[in-house]
Design a binder for this molecule. Sequence first.
Ligand code: 13P
Ligand code: SF4
Length: 302
Amino acid sequence: MNESLNEEIAKLKKERNAVVLAHNYTRAEVQDAADYTGDSLELARRATQVDADVIVFCGVYFMAETAAILNPEKTVLIPDPSAGCPMADMITGEQLRELKAKHPGAKAVCYVNSTAEVKAECDMCVTSGNAEKVMKTFAPDQEILFVPDQHLGGHISGMLGRTYTLWPGYCPTHQAITPAGIAAARAAHPGAPVLVHPECARPVRETADHALSTGGMCKFARESDAKEIIVGTEVGILHRLRKENPGKLFYPVNERMVCPNMKKTTLENLAAALREMKTRVTVPEDISVRARRAIEAMLAIG
Ligand code: 13P
Ligand code: SF4
C-alpha cells in the first residue's frame, strides 16, 4: 500500500515540478516521502530556496501560510487544511491591535506559530530556533509585546534578563510534560540528558538539561557523546532522531506527546494533494505584504 502511494507521490512530484516539505512532527512515512524535513525555521528558509513550481507543506496551517507568504509566485498546497495549531489561534489580529493600542512605542513580536493576520501586525517574527539571537537585536530597554506563546516568550526574556508583556497562549501538546514526568524518565534512564522544547512551562524547562527547537534537538543528538537521550517534545521527532542516529537510543518523556494536527497529513492525502492540486494556501495580498516584512526581518538576522 505505502509502496504504491510512494511511487505515485514520486511520479506526481516530477510531473508537477513539486517539492514536499515536512515538519519533524509529521508521521514517519510522511517524513520519509518528503524532500526535506525540518523545524519551522529550517522549513521557512527552505521554502525560499527551492526551485519548484509547487510546494506541498506537510505540517500545520501556519507553516504552509508562511511558505505562501514567502513565495507569492509559487503554488503552496496543504494536504489537510484543517490541520491547525491551537496555539496560533489563541490570539486574533483584533486582539493584538487592542494590545498594541495600550502600549504605544512597544514592538510587537510574534512566534512563527501565529496566523498571517497576527504576523501582519508585528514588527518581528521569531521561531524557537532563532528567538534568542533575534531578540538580542532589540535594545534592552525596548518594550516588547510577545505573542502568542507565554512559555517561549518567558524562556527568552529570562535568558536575556528582560521583561516582556506575554500573551497567555500555550501549546496543549507540550502541557502534557510535567517535572514529575521528567523525574520518572530520569529514574528509568539514569544519566541520559533531557531535552525539552521551549514551549514547555518554566518548571519543566528548569527540570530539563536543555530547551531546544526540534532542529536544535537533532543537532544535539548528532553532536553529543550521549548514547541515550530523553526527549520532551512531540513524539514524531523520534523517527528522525532514530533514523539519523542508529547507534543511540531515544526515549520520549511520555507517549502522550502527540499533536493531533501534525498527524493529519497521511501518504493518502499527500498523494491526493499532488494529484488534485489541493488545497491551495493563499493569503490576501494586503496581509501577505505586511506579514512578509516581519518574517523577512527575522530571516535576515538568523
Ligand atoms: P520547531 O520550530 O522547534 O520545530 O517547533 C514547531 C512547533 O510547532 C513546536 O510545537
Ligand atoms: Fe501547535 Fe503545539 Fe502542535 Fe506545535 S505541537 S503545532 S505548537 S499544537
